[in-house]
Design a protein around this ligand. Structure first.
Ligand code: F1P
Length: 326
């Protein structure tokens, strides 16, 4: 069995490890996250930095996110504001750009990582979530990191933290759709795939796009949901799968579903309600801030089964190593 599928199935375990890491951190540090925070990372860790920045903003702070390389070499083009903390995310804690990015702003530094590593040692604070993975690509560590840090944000900003046991159970429930996702992939040999998400689900759509490229070496795109209508949808035809990630759909989502179906594409809605799609997974109800953790296993399963159906080994993505160094 591939390590990648084993690691995806460990999502509930990852949530519990995240909770423990959060509790240990709070027990050992007299520290609250400030209001203005810059987030950075590379690849999946960059796509994780985006919902963390959004959650910060949503909770009353100001979160800004940029890939490490942009912070390193082009930061004068961005509106970074006056950050009080720089959070660098890296599963390995050894990615060259992440370690270097930690040094670019003269503010306290925080590492979010899976290991005691160069990153954790160079930072003033480190939240180490030991969601260790054999998979080359990031799988259950993504929701685990997200959850641990979200708990810290809630704790810091005076909100009520989430019930980790409940969230872990919900991810278990979502993983129960593995057979459905496999059958979808086996039943529809799509030629390309478009992921759509809005708000906090947009970076999850971006991560889905990356997973497809990394694991399945497969052409994929991602857009903020309704932005796709402005030209981009022209590429969709009867070989296209459109994956619509949505919490509470409204009439526009139904219209969008029909619009793609009229072009011949098939729509796969993942949300609280169906939008008239060809495929549908109902996700359980969960605070929107935590919602990334229940969408991630589904998009990871989709990429995994696409890789398998293409005869590829998702444990060994072409031209990719677990840690990218210069
Ligand atoms: C960053 C990253 C991963 C990618 C691959 C190569 O790693 O770009 O997102 O999937 O594993 O490295 P890290 O800094 O989070 O360890």
């Amino acid at each position: 069995m591939h390590s990648t599928i084993k690691e995806i199935r460990k999502t509930p375990e990852g949530i519990m490890k995240a909770q423990k890491a959060f509790e240990d951190f709070v027990a050992n540090h007299d520290f609250r996250l400030p209001r203005e925070i810059v987030y950075t990372g590379c690849g999946s860790s960059h796509f994780l930095s985006q919902p963390l920045a959004m959650a910060t903003t949503r909770l009353g702070g100001r979160g800004f996110s940029a890939p490490c390389s942009e912070l390193l070499y082009s930061r004068e083009w961005y509106s970074i504001g006056s950050p009080e903390l720089l959070v660098a995310i890296s599963r390995s804690g050894e990615t060259t750009e992440a370690v270097e990015a930690l040094r670019v702003l003269d503010v306290p530094k925080f590492a979010l990582t899976a290991y005691e590593s160069t990153l954790s040692r160079e930072a003033d604070y480190a939240l180490v979530v030991p969601a260790h993975e054999e998979s080359v690509v990031m799988t259950h560590s993504f929701p685990a990191f997200y959850f641990a840090y979200l708990q810290l944000l809630l704790h810091s900003y005076g909100g009520e933290t989430l019930d980790a046991g409940h969230v872990a159970t919900l991810t278990e429930e979502v993983l129960g759709n593995e057979g459905y996702v496999r059958e979808l992939v086996e039943g529809f040999d799509f030629r390309n795939v478009i992921f759509l998400g809005s708000g906090i689900l947009y970076p999850i759509a971006l991560e889905a796009m990356l997973k497809m490229k990394e694991m399945a070496l497969f052409w994929s795109e991602a857009y903020p949901t309704f932005e796709v209508r402005h030209g981009f949808k022209s590429i969709a035809d009867d070989g296209t799968l459109v994956v619509l990630l949505v919490t509470e759909p409204f009439d526009w989502h139904e219209k969008l579903t029909r619009e793609f179906q009229n072009q011949g594409a098939k729509v796969f809605t993942v949300g609280r309600r169906d939008t008239g799609a060809d495929y549908f997974i109902e996700v359980p109800e969960l605070d929107e801030l935590a919602s990334p953790v229940i969408y991630l296993p589904i998009i990871q399963l989709l990429a995994y089964y696409k890789a398998v159906s293409r005869g590829l080994n998702p444990d060994n993505p072409r031209f990719l190593s677990k840690v990218v160094k210069w």
